[in-house]
Ligand binder design. Structure first.
Ligand SMILES: [Ca+2]
Ligand SMILES: [Ca+2]
Ligand SMILES: [Ca+2]
Length: 420
């Protein structure tokens, strides 16, 4: 749509200019038309260029309803293939970055589930009118009024690059992957007791849960894939239909993306015995197979590094920096804010964005892209071996140094580093 609007604007410009000139001299009119037509072609946008989501103000959106307007200040939406909107509502203490992070995790689930198990899953959620809500505080009952959908609390949202993420702070254990999957599972995938978008996946998850749990109740917490801490929880979950399989699958997902590897305990504070992706192969191969049926090894959504981050953000495993147990599974990354921070990517094909500060971005092996804010002619590019210096003459992207980057992506076009 945007491209069409641009073209209309340009055509209108040509038209008014042509009109003006034609009043003066018919011959000049011909010349003006030719040169302006060339400009239209130059304005064509780069189809590979990624535009990012933004958060919206609830007050300026009509029709969200009483409680959404009463308790929440902003929201972001994921559009189901049907065109219906799946909304994430946030209270005032949720940062924009926390909200954008929740959106990225939602996108990771829904985009990949859609590819394997069909459009019915996101379409059902979009049509359900159910919200994912991000209340202030934590799950301690003090903010119960704001829980008007599946909650993902502020103090348990450790977005990428935030202090809690980098320090692996389990006081602020990141429950985003858990709660958002609960939301998707309940409203979209369905369970054996509540059929929704994919009976096949619901059954697979249920089979995985049964496989993880000893048949004899007295062995719960002693044998199988659940830890000794889990006995009480298992009994509680077993009383609520659909609950046990919901908690089971999120333990496997959390483990798969390295969320518990830096912890003193195994997953979910020792309740599930998984700790590393590698370990799942022997502990719970069935769970691993279920997760790998719809989630990619490397996250195929853009993750944003919190603007408070300083230093070099690593996307490859480094035992000295235990947050890399998680960040090694990121392939697409954007710095935000204005710190002079850096990215050390990994050997996959990465898409990377700097921020407004001066950044050193190393793509490492793989065919890597760095995307900029403007059009190619607005930058000064110099090359020294495989090091590129990119200076933004319009003061948006700063002065960045790129290493092992193969493609420079501008609004108007891609430039191959080899061609420079
Ligand atoms: Ca790479
Ligand atoms: Ca590279
Ligand atoms: Ca920059």
């Amino acid at each position: 749509m945007k491209k069409i609007i641009n073209s209309i604007l340009i055509l209108t410009l040509i038209f008014s200019q042509v009109l003006l000139i034609s009043c003066q001299n018919n011959q000049v009119k011909e010349v003006a038309q030719t040169s302006e037509t060339t400009q239209v072609e130059e304005k064509i946008e780069n189809v590979n260029y990624v535009e990012y989501k933004s958060t919206k103000d609830i007050k300026s959106t009509k029709g969200l309803g009483g409680k959404a307007e009463k308790y929440y200040t902003k929201y972001i939406e994921y559009l189901a293939p049907s065109g219906k909107s799946i909304k994430i509502l946030a209270q005032d203490k949720i940062s924009d970055e926390q909200l954008l992070y929740a959106h990225a995790v939602m996108e990771l689930y829904l985009r990949n589930l859609t590819q394997v198990y069909g459009e019915k899953i996101p379409n059902l959620i979009g049509g359900s009118g159910n919200y994912l809500v991000m209340p202030n505080g934590k799950d301690d009952g003090t903010n119960q009024k704001a829980v008007i959908g599946q909650p993902q609390y502020q103090l348990e949202t450790a977005n990428v690059g935030s202090k809690w993420y980098i320090e692996n702070d389990y006081e602020h254990r990141d429950s985003t992957f858990e709660e958002i999957f609960h939301f998707v599972h309940d409203s979209g995938v369905g369970t054996v007791n509540n059929e929704r978008g994919s009976k096949k996946l619901a059954n697979m998850i249920n089979d995985g849960k049964n496989n993880a749990l000893p048949k004899d109740k007295k062995d719960w917490g002693k044998k199988g894939i659940w830890g000794v801490n889990a006995k009480e929880s298992l009994e509680e979950w077993a009383n609520e239909p659909g609950s046990l399989e919901a908690e089971y699958i999120i333990c496997v997902i959390d483990t798969y993306y390295g969320l518990w590897e830096a912890s003193d305990t195994t997953a979910l504070f020792g309740e599930y015995l998984g700790k590393t992706r590698e370990g799942l192969k022997t502990l719970d191969p069935m769970g691993l197979e279920i997760v790998e049926s719809f989630l990619p090894k490397q996250m195929n959504v853009m993750m944003r590094v919190d603007p408070s981050f300083e230093g070099t953000f690593k996307m490859h495993l480094d035992d000295k920096d235990k947050y890399t147990f998680k960040s090694q599974y990121l392939d697409l990354l954007s710095l935000t804010g204005k710190n002079n921070s850096n990215i050390s990517a990994n050997d996959n094909d990465n898409i990377l964005l700097g921020n407004s500060g001066n950044n050193h971005i190393d793509g490492k092996a793989g065919n890597d892209v760095v995307q900029f804010s403007g059009s190619s002619q607005e930058y000064t590019i110099t090359k020294d071996g495989n090091i590129l210096s990119i200076n933004d003459n319009s003061n948006r992207d700063g002065q960045d140094i790129l290493e092992n980057i193969e493609i420079l992506r501008f609004k108007d076009k891609d430039i191959q580093a080899n061609d420079l």
